[in-house]
Design a protein around this ligand. Sequence first.
Ligand SMILES: [Zn+2]
Length: 402
Amino acid sequence: MNTNLVNRLRKQIETLYQMDFYKKKLDGAGIKPSDIKTLEDFENIPFTTSPELLEELKQEPETCSLYSENVTRVNFSPSGKMLYPIYHTNNDLKFMHDVCARSLEAAGVKKGDICAVTFGYHLFVAGLFYQNQLEHYGAKVIPLGPGESERAVRLINDYQVTVLISNPTFSIKLAAQGIPGVRILFVGGEPFTSVEGYAEKVRQAFQKKITIIDSYSMAACLPIARSCRNETGLHIMDDFIYAEVIEPEFGRKVPYGEKGELVLTHLYKEASPLLRYRTGDLTVMENKPCRCGREFTLPKSVLGRTDEMLKIKGVKFWPSQVGTILREFPDVSNQYRVKVREIKGVDNLSLIIEGNENADAQIDALLKRLKQETLLTFNRISIVDSLETGPLVVDEREGRNF
Ligand SMILES: [Zn+2]
């Protein structure tokens, strides 16, 4: 059933084996490309982690084995104070645009549509990514760039723009000034489907029926998933990447529908390819064929924002997830504080919340929900009558004050 996929993975691994970085990894695990005959064989390949990849990418192009002579574009990904290059060859770009074209069609974009992109066109790729794929698809594209909403609204209306590409906040601002011709909205740059009620808020701002397309990508892998006009969740671009969801602590694959960390492998990429790359993003993947032909779907994109992320016990944790869970418990308020300490080299996680006299009885249920949603076991929950004003997170671990 998975023969085509396994053959493709083996071929890609043959290519990767020519790169020192991946050759070392495969040799270290005693795996030759020809050993990959089933998906189980593939799952024996060790994961690639972000620090390993950054270590390789920070080398000059002459020594970085993920670079190739055929590279025609370099995008950058910020990590701390550093900028890391992501290389693309012409074949990589062409293939990326072909895959995107398929999803633009599924989104309902027509070749004659006039599109406006309000993302930036600088180092961090978002604007150019949309500009290129829409041009390649055969749409007409105005590179508006961010900001200056009055000018944007004027151009959108004067040129009868039908497809808008924007972050949700900016799209609400534009819609409030009246852009009645817009039929399809591509959102990105902010959490969207993962925020309860956000899609409704955007729809209300437009005061009409519009198709909203949510996307999920990262600089190292572009694109990953995008919804279609049926709005059934974000479909994994499975002709571009092979996606796995694993249980973060032990690396075992989790069944469809269960939460875990997304792991990505490029199926064709020539420069800066990923092999079983741990994204650190928590998500849920479902195997649910959609009318558009895609099969694998993330119902809610990624659960949380990376810029507020903490790494606790090796697991990525978004403190705002706690607020969402607390809303399910009537006897506690939405005021809370997360404390992280290190005790004998092990992260210790506690939660202080405001609650009434019945709240104590709900602690066990709350611990269970927190474990389900964050994959972390909280060491302690304290209920107080009134929480002192202060930060959402107190991280007392060495060198990690937020
Ligand atoms: Zn679909």
